[in-house]
Design a protein around this ligand. Structure first.
Ligand code: PGA
Length: 258
């Protein structure tokens, strides 16, 4: 079984103009060179994707779309399809809680997006996680179960290893609230056990699972140490150069050895 390479995704959300995105990458690029053992993925706005694709060293960075529409083409004013992103991005977020809650994406949309990403050679990063209320009433595992079952419904056993799962408790996103590492461990266990149930033990061992929700350079190491976690999906902190490069260096197995 291939080793699960660490993965750090910077989700810039609706921040940075194209020019600012370019300056930011220029600034962090040198520091990133030292960490070839961590996959570093940038998720800028759609607008910045083409110029960053020309600018970045593709050995150091990969690109990720924050969203897309699941049909390949057609009369869908304002939308961008996975087909149009093909070749430009390696990854795409699917089912981020801001898409689920602010833009009312349904389980069907999310399932279709997972399929659209896969058929266009883009690795979907399927985001799952419970709200504060669901957590309070003890429904975390049920939510994870339902979101995974719906999102992975049409995925084949060949394709499952191309998918990344991000556990992102909704109440911890952008709030500064830290999820306790043990809770994350339980959630990751629930995720792998559901993947095992759906696709078998090998898939459950090979799939990469990330944590996301108010990660900072101070908390990154603790989250990365949670058994079963392979990386981080970082929002707000990924907009601050020194903090982001510090998170990357904490994720590097080589830097741990040195
Ligand atoms: P945050 O965002 O790090 O700002 O909480 C994480 C995310 O939305 O992916």
């Amino acid at each position: 079984m291939a080793e699960r390479k660490r993965l750090i995704i910077a989700n810039w959300k609706m921040h940075f103009t194209t020019h600012e995105a370019s300056l930011f990458v220029h600034k962090i690029e040198k520091k990133i060179t030292a960490h070839p053992d961590v996959e570093i993925v940038l998720a800028p706005s759609f607008l910045a994707l083409p110029s960053l694709s020309m600018q970045i060293d593709h050995h150091k960075f990969r690109l990720c779309a924050q969203d897309f529409y699941w049909r390949d083409e057609g009369s869908y004013t304002g939308e961008v399809s996975a087909h149009q992103l093909r070749g430009l991005v390696s990854y795409a977020l699917v089912g981020h809680s801001e898409r689920r809650h602010t833009f009312h994406e349904t389980a069907r949309d999310i399932r279709n997006k997972v399929q659209a990403a896969l058929r266009n050679d883009i690795q979907p990063v399927l985001c799952v996680g419970e709200t504060a209320h669901e957590r309070t009433v003890g429904e975390t595992n049920a939510v994870i179960h339902d979101q995974l079952t719906a999102g992975l419904a049409n995925v084949t056993s060949e394709d499952i290893e191309r998918i990344v799962i991000a556990y992102e408790p909704v109440w911890a996103i952008g709030t500064g609230e830290s999820a306790p590492p043990y809770d994350i461990q339980l959630a990751v266990r629930a995720i792998r056990s559901q993947v095992k149930h759906l696709f078998g033990a090998t898939a459950a061992r090979s799939i990469r699972v990330l944590y996301g929700g108010s990660v900072t350079s101070d908390t990154a190491a603790e989250y990365l140490a949670v058994p079963g976690i392979d990386g981080l999906l970082v929002g707000g902190t990924s907009l601050v150069g020194e903090q982001f490069t510090s998170i990357v260096s904490k994720a590097s197995p080589a830097s741990k050895r040195s």
